[in-house]
Design a protein around this ligand. Structure first.
Ligand SMILES: Cc1cc2nc3c(=O)[nH]c(=O)nc-3n(C[C@H](O)[C@H](O)[C@H](O)COP(=O)(O)OP(=O)(O)OC[C@H]3O[C@@H](n4cnc5c(N)ncnc54)[C@H](O)[C@@H]3O)c2cc1C
Length: 531
C-alpha cells in the first residue's frame, strides 16, 4: 500500500471543531481562550494498519503484526516515560505534580495529597461516568506504566465463569505462557519481603495465616534486584517506599514500553506517534477505515490534525477509549450497522479498595510495594475472591494499610451515547455488586479481625475502578477473535472484549493472553487478504 502524505491548513470553524473534539475526547476544555484560533495543519495519509492505543491489547497486536511483516502505525495520546536507575521520570505519590494526571490541573486519584498544577499529558486519566469513574493509564505502554503489576491467570473454572465462549486449554498451554515469557513475572524474594520496609506486608501475612487462610505471593513483572539495590542504598527508593502508582522511576518493571513495544520497534516496522488523540473512526465509501486524530502539545492544545486512511484498524484504547470511539461512530452513523450490544457488559472486576485505619501496631512509614501479597480464595468459582494489600506511601507512621478485593462481578454497566456532547458515558447501577461487596468485606474482616482497627470502604464514597472491562464483548460485538461483526478490517484487541470480570484475577494477564490468541488467528487468516 503506497503511503501518501498531503498537508493543508484548516482555520476558523474547522480549527475550533478540532479543539472542541479534543475537549470532548479528553473530558477537559480550555477556559478563557478568546483569541481566534490559528490555522491548523492537516495531514492526510494512507496506511496499511493503524492501532489506536498502546496498552496490553494494542502492544500485543503491534508486536505480532510487525513480526508478521506488516508495517504498523500506532497512535497513542500520551507520551513516552523512559526510566532507569535513579531517574526522576514520574511524579511521586506524596508530592504529586503535573506528570501524575492526564490533562488535569489537579491529581485524579483521591488517595493523593491535593495539588494544583498546569495541564500536562500525565500518566493517569479519570473518565467520569454516572455511578462509576474509570481510572486508566495514558502514555506509551498504557496501564502497564501505572499498574502495580499483579499478574494472575485464572483457573479453568474461573475462566469458564467469565469467558465460557473460549476454550481454556490452549489459553493455559500457549497464550498465558506466551505473555509470561514477555513480562517475566516473579514473586517477591524472602530477603526483600523480610526487610523493615516491607513490615506492612509481613503484618498482612500474619493476619492471613491467623485467619486460617493461605497467603500467596503474587507474580509481578519486576526485576526484584532493583528493590534490593534500593535497600542497599545503590538506587533511590521507589519500590521500597511504595512510590509506584504514578510509575516506577528506577525502572526494573517489565512494562509494555520496554517489552512488547520495544521488541516491535526493533523490527523496524512499528511507528509510534505520541500525543495523537484519536477523535473519530469512520468507514468511507471505498470500504477503507478513516481515523481522525488531533496532535496535541504537552499543554493539551491541538497543534495539528491527521486524517489516516487504512485497510485495517485495531482498537486498543482501553475500555473507556475503544468503547467511546465506537459508540461515537455508531451514534453519528460514521460506521453503519455496528452491533446493538456495543457498550454493554461493562464491569469493574468487582474492584473494591478498603482503608484499614487505626491499627494499633506500627505498620511502617513509606510502606514497600507494589501490592504483591494476597489471598486467592478461589475454591468456589462463582464466589471466588482475591484480596491483596497495597502499600501506603506516606512519609509518617500512619497505622493504616490498604486492602483491595475483587471477584466475579455481575455485568450490568453500559455506555450510552449522547449526541449533545458527542461522547458516550458509562452508567453503573449502584447496587450491581451488593452481594460481591458484602463477600469482599466479610473476607477482609476475616483477615483483619473484627476488633482490630476500622475498615473504610473507599470505593463506596468514591466509586471508581482500576479494572474496567467490557463494552465490546467477545462473541457479541466481535466474533471469537476480536473482529467487529460485519466489518472487515475493524478489530478490538483490549479489555473491552472481556465481559466485566477477569475471573477474580487482576485483568492485564487475561487481556494480553486473549490478545495473543486473537492476533495469532488474525495473522494467519487476515494478513494478505483483509490487509
Ligand atoms: C493504578 C492502577 C493499578 C493497576 N494495577 C493492576 C495490576 O496490578 N494488575 C493488573 O492486571 N491490572 C492492573 N490495573 C489494570 C490494568 O492497567 C488494565 O486492566 C490494563 O492496562 C487494560 O489494558 P488495555 O489494553 O485494555 O488498555 P490500556 O492499558 O488502558 O491502554 C489503552 C491505551 O490507549 C490510549 N488511548 C486511549 N484513548 C485514546 C485515544 N482516543 N487516542 C489515542 N490513544 C488513546 C491510552 O493512553 C492507553 O495508552 C491497574 C490499573 C491502574 C489504573
Amino acid at each position: 500500500m503506497p503511503h501518501i502524505s498531503r498537508r493543508r491548513f484548516l482555520g476558523g470553524v474547522a480549527a475550533t471543531t478540532a479543539a472542541a473534539g479534543v475537549a470532548a475526547a479528553t473530558g477537559f476544555s480550555r477556559v478563557g481562550a478568546t483569541t481566534a484560533p490559528a490555522p491548523l495543519p492537516v495531514t492526510e495519509e494512507n496506511r496499511r494498519v493503524v492501532i489506536i492505543g498502546s496498552g496490553f491489547g494494542g502492544s500485543v497486536a503491534a508486536l505480532r503484526l510487525a513480526q508478521a511483516g506488516v508495517p504498523v502505525l500506532l497512535l497513542e495520546r500520551g507520551i513516552r516515560w523512559p526510566t532507569g536507575p535513579n531517574a526522576d521520570t514520574f511524579s511521586h505519590m506524596y508530592s504529586p505534580d503535573k506528570r501524575c494526571a492526564w490533562l488535569s490541573t489537579s491529581p485524579t486519584l483521591t488517595s493523593t495529597p491535593p495539588a494544583v498544577f498546569d495541564r500536562y499529558p500525565g500518566v493517569i486519566d479519570r473518565v467520569h461516568g454516572d455511578g462509576l469513574d474509570i481510572i486508566c493509564g495514558a502514555g506509551v505502554g498504557g496501564g502497564s506504566l501505572v499498574y502495580h503489576g499483579m499478574t494472575l491467570e485464572p483457573t479453568e473454572p474461573l475462566f469458564a465463569e467469565v469467558l465460557p465462549q473460549l476454550d481454556y486449554a490452549p489459553m493455559h498451554r500457549t497464550y498465558y505462557p506466551r505473555v509470561a515469557s514477555m513480562l517475566r513475572p516473579a514473586t517477591i524474594p524472602d530477603d526483600v519481603l523480610n526487610s523493615k520496609q516491607y513490615l506492612s506486608n509481613q503484618i498482612f501475612i500474619d493476619h492471613i495465616t491467623a485467619a486460617g487462610l493461605t497467603p500467596s505471593r503474587i507474580p509481578m513483572p519486576i526485576n526484584w534486584d532493583y528493590a534490593r539495590a534500593e535497600l542497599a542504598g545503590v538506587m533511590k527508593p521507589a519500590y521500597t517506599t511504595g512510590d509506584v502508582t504514578y510509575g516506577v522511576n528506577n525502572g526494573g518493571k517489565h512494562s509494555l514500553d520496554v517489552t512488547y513495544l520495544a521488541a516491535a520497534e526493533a523490527t523496524g516496522r512499528l511507528e509510534i506517534a505520541t500525543l495523537h488523540v484519536v477523535q473519530d473512526v469512520a468507514l468511507n465509501a471505498q470500504g477503507k477505515w478513516v481515523v481522525s486524530a488531533n496532535q496535541i502539545n504537552t499543554g493539551g492544545d491541538t497543534v495539528a490534525q491527521k486524517v489516516i486512511t487504512a485497510d485495517a484498524v485495531f482498537m486498543g484504547a482501553g475500555v473507556a477509549g475503544t468503547t467511546r470511539l465506537l459508540m461515537k461512530a455508531q451514534g453519528k452513523g460514521t460506521i453503519p450497522d455496528l452491533p446493538d450490544s456495543l457498550g454493554t457488559q461493562v464491569g469493574t472486576n468487582g474492584d473494591r479498595i478498603y482503608a484499614w485505619v487505626n491499627i494499633p501496631q506500627n505498620t511502617g512509614a513509606l510502606q514497600g510495594g507494589p501490592a504483591c501479597i494476597g489471598v486467592k480464595d478461589w475454591a468456589n468459582p462463582s464466589q471466588a475472591i482475591t484480596v491483596v494489600h497495597g502499600p501506603v506511601p506516606v512519609p509518617i507512621e500512619s497505622h493504616i494499610m490498604t486492602i483491595i478485593g475483587f471477584g466475579v462481578t455481575p455485568v450490568r454497566g453500559s455506555f450510552q451515547y449522547d449526541s449533545a456532547t458527542d461522547d458516550a458515558v458509562v452508567h453503573y447501577p449502584h447496587d450491581t455488586e451488593t452481594v460481591l461487596n458484602q463477600a469482599i468485606h466479610d473476607k477482609i474482616l476475616q483477615i483483619t479481625g473484627s476488633t482490630i482497627g476500622v475498615l473504610i470502604d473507599t470505593t463506596e464514597t468514591d466509586p471508581t475502578t482500576f479494572h474496567p472491562l467490557g463494552g465490546a464483548p467477545l462473541g457479541s460485538v466481535t466474533d471469537l477473535y476480536g473482529r467487529v461483526q460485519g466489518h472487515r478490517g475493524l478489530y478490538v484487541m483490549d479489555g473491552s472484549l472481556i465481559p466485566g470480570s477477569a475471573g477474580a484475577c487482576n485483568p492485564s494477564m487475561t487481556i494480553a493472553a486473549v490478545a495473543e490468541r486473537n492476533i495469532e488467528k488474525i495473522v494467519h487468516t487476515d494478513v494478505g487478504s483483509v490487509f
